[in-house]
Design a protein around this ligand. Structure first.
Ligand SMILES: [Zn+2]
Length: 149
């Protein structure tokens, strides 16, 4: 069985949120946890079913399985609820970086942030891991400490 890779999971989600896809965790909660149909959820967030399944697959992989992903998605929502995207959508449909003002299509936002604003990503990951630690202490969640053999 695969291991939970929390750091990798948090890094993945952080970049999605910072890059303007801050709906990802909501969409995954509806799709993976509540069990809403992929077409319904994809439509709700104006993405394709293919994209939604892609997000679900990556998160499930990094969680170490679907059952664990279902437990972790709500926790990720909690720790990322105050994280704001670094880009905002302009009336032209392009995305504008709030830090340097550069305009770009949606598909380039994550690479832009990773390349030019790495410190923001590092900080978001650090803060999220810290929040996770705090939650862990508060709730003593078994899922974080369980080991798979
Ligand atoms: Zn920028």
């Amino acid at each position: 069985m695969k291991q939970l890779d929390m750091k990798s999971l948090v890094s993945y989600v952080a970049l999605k949120v910072l890059g303007g896809s801050d709906f990802v965790l909501d969409a995954l909660e509806e799709y993976l946890v509540k069990g809403d149909g992929p077409a319904t959820v994809a439509h709700r967030y104006s993405i394709s079913k293919h994209q939604l399944r892609g997000y679900a697959q990556r998160v499930t992989e990094k969680s170490g399985g679907e059952l664990r992903a279902k437990k972790i998605v709500p926790i990720l929502r909690e720790i990322f609820k105050d994280t704001e995207p670094v880009v905002s959508k302009a009336s032209t449909g392009m995305f504008v970086c709030k830090i340097c003002g550069q305009s770009m299509p949606k598909e380039d936002t994550e690479e832009h942030i990773r390349k030019f604003h790495k410190e923001v990503v590092v900080l978001a990951i650090k803060n999220s891991m810290q929040k996770l630690e705090n939650l862990k202490k508060a709730r003593e969640q078994v899922i974080f400490t369980s080991t798979n053999k």
